[in-house]
Structure formats: structure tokens, C-alpha cells
Design a protein around this ligand. Structure first.
Ligand SMILES: Nc1ncnc2c1ncn2[C@@H]1O[C@H](COP(=O)(O)OP(=O)(O)OP(=O)(O)O)[C@@H](O)[C@H]1O
Ligand SMILES: [Mg+2]
Length: 376
């Protein structure tokens, strides 16, 4: 230890009470700070480190010990980190001011001030780094917790819908069948068309829940089918809803008709059905000609299907959440339509995305022609 270091250490020790009092008067401590009693104590420890660094260089671990303690306290104190930075900087400028009055020649004093500054720099850096890490970890834990409860809700929903579906589906299928027979025998019987429409709607809702039920998803089968035929059948099925909503639909399939897709026909039908129903709903918000266009083509062993409508723009922020379960803007929506679409498409090894501008909104699906049907 040099003479100057010894002198400075003695000077600091002799004046420590006054120095700390001065620092204490200048710093800010919020009333809400749970650790306000500890602040002075921490200042004393920092003062001790300053005396040590003048004598010999400190290891990272020595500085880290105090930095870690402070970071933890700052997180628990639940006040802004800026107060802490402010108080540390007050400590630094106060101490530099004090040592300048120690009577030591500036030639010998300057390297010591440099050491003090370097200690403060390292200390602030380590404390803020530690603070950020703890905060990030807390945030991650929170997200994990939310995800977990989210999954639990979905599992419960899955179990509920599974039993719900089994109990309602069979009688519904026979009622739909008998209504059709009745219609054949008595084509002019009034109200039958309304009943059929309502039953189809009910069937649609039930099938929707069927696809959230995990048990049913695992049991689903893979089969071969022609995409263009399936889409044409679906458009025919949706004819009453299209007329009702005053929507015209254009279908353009550039796929070779011989291309047979492999996948779960029912599940993919449900995806297209959800997307077209959403388009019909969205188009009700505009006055002019309401149009849906379906394009499909093959590209690199993948079938691409675009479902476009000229309805209102979906804002960028909304697009980020529309595939989340239970997100809906409709009074009677459940918000699981797009969530199911995404799950089912991903299960087929594909992807789905949405793009929207002032003119049109497109949901684009890409599915491998052959492989990629997972969990079968
Ligand atoms: N083609 C579209 N144009 C504009 N907005 C859309 C379109 N498709 C979906 N949306 C928006 O995304 C939301 C979520 O759609 P999703 O199909 O998941 O649920 P939903 O249609 O509201 O209810 P559900 O399908 O369960 O009956 C909709 O409420 C709507 O705001
Ligand atoms: Mg929907």
C-alpha cells in the first residue's frame, strides 16, 4: 500500500460519519420502499468497498456479493431502479468531492480517484445486470404460470366437450337424417328448411368442439381425397349461408385434379368451413359487393390454399392474437374457430397465416401433399 493510499484511507475513516450523513441527506428513498432501512447500511458497505479498492484491487466476486444483495432488494422493494442508480451516483460524486479535499497531491490522488470511479462503474453494471436477470426470470415464471393455467382450461374444455359431443352427436345425426327423409316425402312441408338449417348449425358447433377434444384428435384417421372435390362440396353445403349473407364465392383450383391429398378429410373440411364462415361474418360489415375467393395451387410438394375476402381490414395487433383460443370480437362467438384451424393445420405438418389490408383479408394455408400428418 502506498503512502497516498494509506493517507486517503485514514482520511475516509476519520470523516466517514460526516460523509455518510451528507450522502444520506441527498439521496432519494421512496416511502413505498420495503428496504428503506437497509439503504444506509448498503451505503456503509459500499463505503467499505471504496476503502478496500484504494488499498488493493477487488475481485469481481467481492463486488458481486453486494451487487447481488442490492439487486434482490431492489426487485423486492418494487420501486423503480432509477432511484438506486441515482443514489449510487450521488455516492460517487460525493466521495470524489470529499477525497479532493484530502490534501493529497493531485498526481498521487488521481490514480486513486480512477480506482474509485472504476469500482462504481463495475458495481452499477453488476447490480443492474443482476436486477434485470431477476426481473426477467420473474416475468418468465409469470408467463409459464399463465401458459400452464391456459393449458389446464383447455384440458377441462377438452374433457367437457368430449363427453358433450358423445352424448349429443348420435341423437342429432338421427334427427338430421329423419328431417331429410321427411323433406323427401313432403317437399312442401313448411318450416322444414328452417329446421334443417338450424340443425346444421348445431352440428357445426358440435363438430367445432369435437376438434378441441384431445381424445377425438388422437383417434382421427388419415385418408386420401381430392382437395378440389372437397372444396366444391363444401361450397355447395354452404350455399344457403352464402345466399343469406349476400356473398358470392369464386373458386379457382390450379391443382391437377389427379392430385390426391393425404390427411384427415373431416378435420380439413372443418378448417375450410371455419375460414369461410368467418369471411361471411366479416363481409356483413361492408355494403358493396361481398366476395370470397378461394385459390389453390401446388408448390414444392405443398398444397397452398388462399381464402380471401374483401371485408374490413384486421389490424396488425389483432392478427397477432386471432389464433389464440377464446379471442373473439363477435357477440355470439366462442373464439375457438381459428385456434382449431391452426391446431389442425399444424397437426397436418402445415402452417396457416393471415394478411390483411384495406382491400382484402387472406388466410393462407400450406400443407404437405403427402407426408407430415402427425400424431396418427
Ligand atoms: N376473415 C376475417 N375478417 C375479419 N376478421 C376476422 C376474420 N376471421 C376472423 N376474424 C376475427 O378473428 C376473431 C376470431 O375468429 P375465430 O374464428 O377464432 O372466432 P369467432 O369467429 O369469433 O368465434 P367462433 O369461430 O368460435 O364462432 C373473430 O372474432 C374476428 O374478429
Ligand atoms: Mg369463427
Amino acid at each position: 500500500m502506498t503512502d497516498a493510499s494509506k493517507m486517503l484511507t485514514t482520511f475516509l475513516e476519520e470523516n466517514s460519519a460526516e460523509f455518510l450523513q451528507n450522502w444520506r441527506n441527498k439521496i432519494v428513498i421512496s416511502d413505498a420502499d420495503l428496504y428503506k432501512e437497509e439503504v444506509l447500511n448498503n451505503g456503509i458497505q459500499m463505503f467499505y468497498l471504496v476503502k478496500r479498492t484504494i488499498q488493493s484491487p477487488l475481485s469481481e466476486e467481492e463486488i458481486m456479493e453486494l451487487a447481488r444483495k442490492l439487486a434482490q432488494e431492489r426487485v423486492e422493494a418494487n420501486v423503480n431502479i432509477s432511484e438506486f442508480i441515482y443514489n449510487v451516483n450521488i455516492g460517487r460524486s460525493e466521495i470524489v468531492k470529499w477525497v479532493s479535499n484530502s490534501g493529497i497531491e493531485s498526481e498521487e490522488l488521481n490514480p486513486l480517484i480512477e480506482k474509485i470511479n472504476s469500482l462504481f462503474d463495475r458495481f452499477s453494471y453488476l447490480a443492474v445486470r443482476e436486477y434485470t436477470e431477476i426481473k426477467e426470470k420473474l416475468l418468465q415464471d409469470k408467463v409459464l404460470y399463465i401458459d400452464q393455467t391456459h393449458k389446464e382450461r383447455l384440458t377441462i374444455l377438452g374433457q367437457m366437450s368430449s363427453s358433450f359431443v358423445h352424448e349429443f352427436r348420435n341423437p342429432l345425426t338421427s334427427v338430421i337424417g329423419f328431417t331429410k327423409l321427411l323433406h323427401n316425402d313432403h317437399p312442401n312441408l313448411p318450416y322444414l328448411d328452417i329446421m334443417q338449417h338450424e340443425l346444421e348449425q348445431l352440428n357445426y358447433r358440435i363438430s367445432q368442439f369435437l376438434h378441441v377434444s384431445r381424445k377425438e384428435i388422437i383417434e382421427s384417421k388419415r385418408e386420401e381425397f381430392q382437395l378440389s372435390t372437397q372444396l366444391k362440396e363444401l361450397i355447395e353445403f354452404l350455399y344457403p349461408s352464402l345466399v343469406d349473407g349476400d356473398v358470392s364465392i369464386h373458386f379457382d383450383c390450379k391443382c391437377d385434379d389427379n392430385i390426391i391429398m393425404k390427411g384427415n378429410k373431416d378435420e380439413l373440411r372443418q378448417v375450410f368451413l371455419n375460414l369461410i364462415m368467418n369471411s361471411i361474418d366479416a363481409l356483413q360489415e361492408i355494403k358493396g359487393p361481398r366476395e370470397i375467393t378461394i385459390n389453390c395451387w401446388e408448390n414444392n410438394e405443398k398444397v397452398q390454399i388462399d381464402i380471401t375476402n374483401n371485408g374490413p381490414k384486421i389490424e396488425e395487433k389483432t392478427i397477432e392474437v386471432i389464433f389464440e383460443p377464446f379471442f373473439t370480437t363477435k357477440d355470439l362467438g366462442t373464439g375457438i374457430g381459428l385456434y382449431i384451424c391452426k391446431k389442425l393445420i399444424e397437426k397436418h405438418g402445415g402452417n396457416i397465416q393471415c394478411e390483411s389490408n384495406d382491400e382484402e383479408t387472406t388466410f393462407s394455408i400450406g400443407i404437405p401433399v403427402e407426408s407430415g400428418v402427425m400424431n396418427y
